[in-house]
Design a binder for this molecule. Structure first.
Ligand code: BEZ
Ligand code: FE
Length: 249
């Protein structure tokens, strides 16, 4: 027996049973929910479904014992083997430029060099590279290391807001609509930071004043992750400040 699985899974099962009793769910309703879940699985949406409704809860739990930058949903579109990049992340199609600059510090304010940083965001079609033959994973995602001052600086492209209720999102999208949530995710840049001795951090950057920012279907937008863009010539610049929690602290 696995003690932890037994404790958590038993509570999940009991909680679901309590809800079924509370709402006197009928056999037909139970089977409709059952079919919905099977359809989500057949559509390879289990990751999407779980991340949509539960990923942010896990992030909130993590933050109970941390002081650094807020952990935020990873979502189902991270790929471990993104290309290493230096000055720019490869983009294609009809994109608008976005320069992404960041500095990583520890909770005492010291710069953290040699942090492995992953950046990824949606392409102009509102999808993520590496998930179809049409768009290889060398686009719209990249891996880099912070310099001696904890900084990084790459040219990328402006992410776009994307629908989570399109035909592509199948039963998960239908559920979002049935819950009465609007279906567009506001635009965002995903980031993952890793360095030995520090808690790995997965988070996102959001854009002040962007469409749908106040009605995120994933309920994962926070003011402390929302940035004003600066203009350098014609190019908008996103300046991300990140604080990592050390494992020893
Ligand atoms: C995302 O890519 O931001 C995401 C997608 C689905 C669920 C949660 C997050
Ligand atoms: Fe995303």
């Amino acid at each position: 027996m696995n003690e932890r699985v037994c404790t958590v899974a038993s509570d999940i099962i009991d909680s679901i049973s309590d809800v079924l009793r509370k709402h006197e769910v009928t056999f037909e309703e139970y089977r409709a929910g059952f079919r919905h879940l099977i359809a989500a699985a057949e559509n390879h949406e289990v990751g999407l479904l779980l991340d949509m409704f539960f990923n942010q809860t896990i992030c909130d739990i993590e933050m109970k014992s941390r002081q650094g930058t807020r952990s935020n949903v990873e979502g189902p579109y991270f790929l471990e083997d993104a290309p290493w990049v230096t000055d720019s992340v490869q983009v294609c199609g009809n994109t608008e430029p976005l320069r992404i600059r960041g500095q990583v510090r520890d909770t005492a304010g010291n710069p953290v060099p040699d942090v492995e940083v992953d950046l990824w965001w949606a392409n102009p079609d509102g999808t993520y590279s590496g998930y179809s033959d049409d768009l290889p994973k060398k686009f719209f995602r990249g891996k880099l290391k912070t310099d001696a001052e904890g900084r990084y600086d790459v040219m990328g492209s402006m992410p776009i807001e994307y629908p989570m209720t399109s035909a592509r999102h199948g039963p998960t999208g239908e559920l979002i609509s049935m819950l009465g949530r609007q279906g567009m995710r506001t635009k965002h840049v995903h980031q993952k930071y890793r360095k030995e001795g520090y808690h790995p951090l997965t988070t996102q950057a959001y854009f002040s004043g962007a469409a749908y920012i106040d009605e995120d279907p994933v309920k994962a937008v926070f003011d402390d992750l929302t940035y004003d863009l600066q203009l350098e010539g014609d190019v908008p610049v996103l300046e991300i400040e990140t604080v990592l929690d050390s494992i020893a602290a």
